[in-house]
Structure formats: structure tokens, C-alpha cells
Ligand binder design. Sequence first.
Ligand SMILES: Cc1ncc(COP(=O)(O)O)c(C=O)c1O
Length: 365
Amino acid sequence: VQVIQFTRGVPARESLPVREVEDASREAIRTHGPALLQYGPSPGFLPLREWLAAAHGVGPDQVVVGNGSLQLLELLCVSRFRAGDRVITEVPTYDRTLTLLRRHAIRPVGVPLVDDGADLRELERAIRERRPRALYLIPDFQNPSGVTWSTAKRRRVAELAEEHDLLIVEDSPYRALRYRGEERPSLLSLCPTRTLYMSSFSKLLGPGPRVGYMVGPPDVVWSLAKAAEDSYICPNNLAHGIAYEWCRSGRLAPQLQRLKALYAPRLEACRRAVAEHLSGVKASSPEGGFFLSIELPAGSSARAVRAAAKEHALEIADGEAFFPEGGGERFLRLPFCALTPEEISEGVRRLAAATRQLQGAALPA
Ligand SMILES: Cc1ncc(COP(=O)(O)O)c(C=O)c1O
């Protein structure tokens, strides 16, 4: 029996535009060869910064491109935060961000996520009582929950950031991958002077080249570039040149169409399978991205379900790592993009079998 893995949120192998990147690489080297093989500017390859700046309607001094977006978050910790600072995150949130914040002795303060974004009352209370330096939010197709923030909640967060003088880190690598419903305004558009928008080519072109970027206030961008220079002189110029050529030659838009055509049926298969096989279970209702999440019924243990699932040739990631201050005992994330619709249905069927097996075991003999 083939093992099905609901573990890592990676792009589907068949989505990676290998031939196009081959062509873009050749063209990038032909056009910019010496610049791409030389040390470059610390905020990234200028033509790529200019292209991204135009795409976001800002100046190039508001864009920094790094080696993936996560490393830029690290540079933000190095350059703008201090040990002991508090940063508000959603609960659950992206586990690697939690690891990274903790490594810099920055304390994540969790605010529960509900169907349409954070619980605003809890958010306002956390801002008042815990005096954070920043908010780290994933408003589109969140990793790990799959939740998207409503427009009203986005507007309120923008107001709160103004009122309390807060930086918003808007981590949005899945934003372009909407399969249904309507686009919501980015926090960057609602609060441009206080938002550091973070995105990446990882989910569009592929994570291997490690090209990610941030868009934000020029002084913050400058600090990031300075920290970049002090850490690695300049980012991977060659990968930036290839990503630039791939964008410049108009390959991003058709790739987005292909990704949506590939992933939309996978999301539907996941929604359908969860409704069919796990009907009593609370599930998120994603409109895009890579993840659907479920909360097992009271009294169940995700850890026990994960262990039982292994016997059914199903692997699921630990859900507790997504919770900044404990909890998550009943939470499971289902990344659906790198599996076929058939594998998704079969995986959810196995998950339901593992859940039933445990419920059976809990019954008195
Ligand atoms: C919310 C979120 N932020 C950041 C990243 C990392 O992006 P990058 O590959 O650009 O470092 C991921 C990747 O899974 C992610 O889900």
C-alpha cells in the first residue's frame, strides 16, 4: 500500500516550470551575465526589485529581495526587534516563524483565529495588555489553517496599527493562489505606511531558487538591506536574475493560471472528502492556498490519531507546533496541493478510519 503524506506544504512536482526556467536562465545569463556572476546590491538584483515595485505600485526603495522570504523575517528580527519584544501572531500560525522569533528571544503572543480572521476582541486585549512591537499575520489562505481574513477585519487591524503605532508584518505567499471567492484588500493597501508585506516565488516558480521579498516603508527596507549586507554581502544574484527574466518575459501570469487549474480541483477534492468521511469534524473552508485544517471533536487527541494513521499508511504533521503558547491537541493540517484528487480522497478516508478506530478503542468493552 502506498503511503499518503499530508505532511509538508510544498508545491506539486508537476507544477514546477522546468523548461521555462531553463529558457529564462539562458536568457538571464545572456543579457545580464557579468552582473549575475558578480556581487550585487544587498537589497537584491535591481531589475527584479523594479519589476516587483511596479507590480505593487511602490518605489524600488520600498522593495528588498532576499534568499527566500523567511530569511528576510530573520533580518527583521536582527535589525528592528530586540530580545524580550513581543509580537502578536494568530493561533495557530506558521511554525517556522515561531521558531525564528524564539531564536531571537522575541516572545510570540497568540490571538485565536476564527473563520474570518483573528478574534478581534482578543486581539485588542492582547495589544492593550501585552504591548507588542508588531503583528505577524497571514491574512490570505493561512498556513496552517486555510483561513482568509474578511475585509472588515482587515480594516480594523489597519486602524489598530495606527492607533497603537504597530508594524504589521503581512506574510502572504499564497495570495495569488485563489481558487474561489473574491479577492480581499491586502493590509499593505489598507495601511501602506505601517505594513511590511512579505511574499515569495516559492509557491509560484518553486522554492529551490530561494527568491522571496518584502515591500514596506523605505526606512524598514533600508534596515533589512543593511542587515543583509552584514550577513551575506548580497543575496543570490543569479537566482534573482532568472526570476526576473521569467517575470519580464510574461511567464508568471500563465503559470498562475496553470497552478490554479491544477490546485482548484485538489481543494475541492479535499473539501468533498472531509464532508463525506469526517462529517462530525470542524473543518476550515479555504478559498485558495495549500491548506485545509480540521479540529477533531472534544476528547480526541490529534497525536493518537496521527499514530493510528500510520497503521493506515497515512502520515500527518504534528499540529501542536503551530500553537505559540500551547494547545493544538486536536488540530490537524491537511496540505492538499502536492497530492492528486484520488490520493486526497483516499488519504481523508484513511484519516477517518484511524479516527473511528480510536473511538472504537475508547468504548467500554
Ligand atoms: C506563511 C509562510 N511564510 C513563509 C514561508 C517561507 O517562504 P520562503 O520559501 O519564501 O522562505 C512559507 C512556506 O511554506 C509560508 O507558508
